[in-house]
Design a protein around this ligand. Structure first.
Ligand SMILES: [Zn+2]
Length: 107
């Protein structure tokens, strides 16, 4: 029977990126229980991102952030109305500005 901490560890491992899991697989399986603190720290850093609002850019948790697709890219914003609204407007504004410059260079 598995202990609750081992089950939690396995659940946390599934959330890690594949590249990290491949590195973890190179270590002895019997040491994994002892690596719990290291895995928790890795999960913490793997789940952080920067707010997509260029006027905010706070370090936020991916799990608590608002995820939005804008122009085919995925962005994360703070969990408030301001960052998502202004951030999306700003990204679209920068894209329009870039496209205008690109069009002018072609003439
Ligand atoms: Zn923000």
């Amino acid at each position: 029977m598995k202990t609750q901490s081992v089950t939690r560890l396995e659940n946390n491992l599934r959330k890690l990126p594949r590249e990290l899991l491949m590195i973890i697989d190179t270590f002895n399986v019997n040491h994994r229980k002892q690596m719990k603190d290291v895995f928790d720290e890795m999960l913490y850093y793997a789940s952080l991102t920067i707010c997509g609002n260029d006027m905010c850019e706070q370090e936020i948790s991916i799990w608590d952030a608002i995820e939005t697709k804008i122009l085919g890219h995925t962005y994360h914003f703070c969990d408030n109305n301001y960052c998502e609204g202004y951030g999306e407007w700003s990204i679209r504004y920068d894209y329009r500005k870039y496209m205008r410059r690109y069009a002018q260079q072609g003439q």
